[in-house]
Design a protein around this ligand. Sequence first.
Ligand SMILES: [Zn+2]
Length: 154
Amino acid sequence: MFCKYCGEKIADDSVFCKYCGKNVLDNDCEESSNPLSTPVVENGTKEQNVNKKAKTRVDIVSIFLLSLAISVACCTGFAIIRMDDSKPFDKAHSMGDSVYDPPYIMGSDYQNDLTNIRKEKFEEGLMKTALYSFPISFVILLISAKIRESSKDL
Ligand SMILES: [Zn+2]
């Protein structure tokens, strides 16, 4: 064989090159076994798993914040649409303006009755909007995120 360092012809079974003195076998062993290659791959997959876990955690946090924002938007929308119901009933409003107005009012002071009924229903509706919109949007976003994740894996 030929020495790979100096290129001189040496005996096939020689360990050291008789011309340049370098260890021919040692370097061959290091190159072929390459002890670093296997752990690097293992570390890579481990890092990927950690990244995946961190990513799902970030996804859940962003989904939580997004559904919170949707919930706030829903409540704001409700408050804007039903704004008049939060105000006291007066001459500017008339009976039948609100969806919460009962078909008839018992008693003489129907202005106060209407104010109370509208306010109660307004607050109730706002609370229901907040209670329902948050978990519903959270679940929808979570399911869509899972679907996206599984389609990525395939
Ligand atoms: Zn040599």
